[in-house]
Design a protein around this ligand. Structure first.
Ligand code: AKB
Length: 343
């Protein structure tokens, strides 16, 4: 009896050891990030390299990278409009996951619609076919901009009327639907998060929510900010730290947990006036003026409060940065950025 019990315990221990060794040596995914020199790419690469190893995350774009980017890890040229070139990269680097950031944002897209169609729509066709051919897991960000004036704005649920009025929004609805279609038709592991305005210390890149980044840069440099939205324009927002946390948790979430391929995520909602009131605590002498331009029409058609309860329920999404933390973090991070650039 004792012999049998000892034998069972030894077998169990061996199995457990084998299991944990297997868990430890599980091969990390090889990840390719397109549009890597946009707002999210560099920070995303840093975040995922800490998790999966420096060599396993390849940043790509068609732009010349800074020395800092090159020193941080693998960086390659990749044109999302060149299908063959993308095939070569996936084969040469044995890519498993694709994070497709390349896109023209809402305000800049309106200034060059043909280019937005090429980059946002044709580019999406290429990467989705690529992901299907090579059985890649593919992440494509969508946005609050995928909603329009007919959508409920407060709150905006996961499934509702969309009908956006910008080419950016139209291209994102197209990406969402195409991804869902490839999932149902071909079993493609397509994953998509609808992000609110993402706030990071990197300079803004042609979006409508970018006032919430520009305000910190202008106030800390000049003590004054002229806002292109009205003071009471409420929009959903999140700090980049939360955006990357959401992206990474969602990419790792087991398929069985996902009831959808596209989820809303958010952290908070505020107006320029409310943001300015918080900033005054740190920079009491600053001054803000308002001169709304064409971006006001875009903002007025977007959600004010985003309902992300499905993401919270299905894969346990939880933001960690609220408005108070956001202002504190941004003051610190933008000060550091300004100091580094002035050196
Ligand atoms: C934009 O303002 O265009 C983007 C977005 C909300 O997708 N930041």
């Amino acid at each position: 009896m004792t012999f049998l019990r000892n034998l069972c315990q030894r077998t169990l221990a061996t199995n457990l050891r084998a299991y944990s060794v297997k868990a430890i040596i599980k091969k990390p995914p090889k990840i390719l990030i397109t549009g890597g020199l946009g707002q999210l790419g560099v920070e995303c690469a840093k975040y995922l390299r800490r998790k999966y190893g420096q060599e396993n995350v390849i940043l790509s774009d068609i732009i010349q990278p800074s020395a800092e980017v090159v020193n941080d890890g693998p960086y390659i040229f990749a044109d999302i409009l060149d299908f063959k070139g993308l095939q070569k990269i996936v084969v040469d680097h044995r890519v498993d996951w694709l994070i497709h950031f390349s896109a023209l944002l809402s305000a800049i897209g309106e200034q060059n619609v043909p280019l937005a169609v090429r980059v946002n729509i044709e580019g999406m066709h290429n990467v989705i076919e690529l992901a299907k051919q090579y059985k890649l897991r593919i992440f494509v960000p969508s946005t609050i901009g995928a909603f329009g004036p007919d959508s409920p704005r407060n709150p905006t649920p996961n499934i509702t009327v969309q009908r956006p009025r910008t080419i950016y929004g139209v291209s994102k609805v197209h990406a969402e639907l195409l991804g869902e279609y490839y999932y149902h038709k071909f079993g493609l592991d397509f994953r998509c998060l609808r992000f609110p305005g993402v706030i990071s210390s990197d300079p803004p890149g042609g979006g409508t929510t970018d006032y919430a980044i520009a305000i910190f840069h202008d106030i800390l440099r000049k003590g004054h900010y002229q806002c292109y939205l009205k003071p009471d324009t409420r929009l959903p927002m999140m700090h980049v730290k939360d955006a990357l946390q959401a992206l990474s948790n969602f990419l790792e979430a087991p398929n069985e947990l996902l009831n959808r391929r596209v989820y809303n995520v958010t952290s908070m909602s505020f107006t320029p006036e409310e943001l300015a009131e918080k900033i005054i605590k740190y920079v009491p002498e600053f001054n803000i003026t308002y001169q709304p331009d064409s971006r006001q029409d875009i903002a007025d058609s977007w959600p004010q409060v985003f309902d992300d309860s499905e993401a919270r329920r299905d894969w346990n999404w939880q933001p960690s940065v609220d408005l108070d933390n956001l202002v504190e973090l941004m003051i610190k991070e933008v000060k550091e950025k300004i100091a580094a650039n002035d050196c």
